[in-house]
Design a protein around this ligand. Structure first.
Ligand code: FAD
Length: 318
């Protein structure tokens, strides 16, 4: 079922959903099931599965020469989605990127998803590869998520890249896109970012799912600005419980979000990571309660493959 239909069916009730990462290459799919199993009692209508593009490693060879090695640490997004739908009978939502894909690759990826009965996806640009400062599309690939949304919607109307295809069947994907309550790292301002977000919606996206945030006020202001800009699709808040002391620096650095001073103070007083995790759980429960009261359609948790803390949060809410 489409995300938008799950919202209609819930008639205003907030539902529990979460995101997982494919396992590192070489690991068993059981590690994914072990992360999902404890969360199924909260009846998630869907589970998101992230996509991880290739990375480049440079290996030093003789005479100072560098060998470029392409690696994909976390392949398997599509396979995991199929396995989730098969095992749990819930919708699996693959993320799909511009980065690393030509338009032809994208079309073939979408055909696979359609054949597997996957009805939803999240369309993203992806970050720059680690060795580059700026995002560079593949030759023949998309530069912005909006262009990817256009291609998906063309396919939803039966328009394939090869215009001479006869009797082509339209797909019927429900498309989510990313929104950033504290603006995307590269955007010159939140207003500018919201204008481009509006372009993604106009291109045919059905809902927005946000980057993590730790201060609900940021979400409420973002939502208000989106509505003022004429964006009227559902906005799903993404939440992540802090779990380790290291994340105090890592999360702002990697996700370009601020942490409230009160949360920082509490974490700095914590004796070890298990105390940090308890603080993160409590903080996330309070955030979730307020967002639920606000009437959000889903509370979407970035589980990062660890279900223990997300389970404790869900127990307090659902
Ligand atoms: P876009 O919407 O294309 O925006 C990128 C930047 O370009 C923004 O600053 C925007 O303001 C600007 N912009 C947009 N259009 C234009 C234009 N026409 N002209 C000039 N500027 C423009 N990454 C992964 O690799 N795998 C994942 O699975 C994944 N899942 C994610 C899930 C969520 C919910 C979120 C919030 C992020 C996720 N990401 C993932 C990270 C995401 O790929 C990065 O944040 C990426 O840098 C931006 O992607 P986007 O789709 O928001 O890009």
């Amino acid at each position: 079922m489409k995300v938008t239909d799950h919202i209609k069916k819930a008639k205003g009730k907030t539902q529990f959903t979460f995101e997982i990462l494919p396992p590192l290459k070489g690991q068993d799919i059981q590690s994914i099931f072990d992360a999902i199993d404890p969360l199924m009692e909260f009846n998630p209508p869907f589970i998101d599965v992230t996509y991880h593009r290739e990375e480049y490693n440079y290996i030093e060879r003789e005479k100072g020469l560098l060998e470029k090695k392409v690696i994909r640490k976390r392949p398997g997004t599509v396979g995991i989605c199929a396995a989730i739908q098969n095992r749990y009978q819930v919708d699996a939502i693959p993320h799909i990127l511009c980065g690393g894909f030509t338009q032809e690759d994208t079309e073939n990826f979408l055909i696979d998803l359609d054949f597997l009965g996957i009805e939803n996806l999240v369309a993203l640009r992806g970050d720059a590869v680690k060795s580059e400062t700026y995002f560079n599309p593949n030759k023949g690939g998309h530069t912005y998520a909006k262009d990817l949304v256009v291609q998906i919607n063309n396919l939803n109307q039966g328009q394939y890249l090869d215009e001479e295809l006869l009797n082509s069947t339209p797909t019927d994907f429900c498309v989510g896109v990313a929104g950033y309550p504290e603006k995307h790292a590269e955007a010159p301002s939140l207003e500018s970012d919201i204008q481009f977000l509006k372009e993604k919606i106009k291109a045919g996206s059905d809902y927005i799912i946000t980057q993590m945030f730790f201060d609900n006020q940021k979400f409420f202001e973002f939502k208000k600005k989106c509505r003022e800009a004429g964006i009227d699709v559902p906005i799903i808040p993404g939440l992540k419980p802090m779990a380790t002391l290291k994340q105090l620096n890592l999360i702002p650095h990697r996700f370009h979000v601020d942490l409230p001073q009160e949360l920082i103070n509490e974490i700095q007083k914590a004796s070890d990571n298990s105390a940090v995790s308890e603080i993160g759980i409590e903080w996330c429960i309070e955030q979730s309660k307020e967002l639920k009261k606000h009437g959000v359609p889903f509370l979407h948790y970035y589980s990062m493959g660890k279900s223990k803390n997300v389970k404790k949060i869900a127990q307090a809410l659902f």
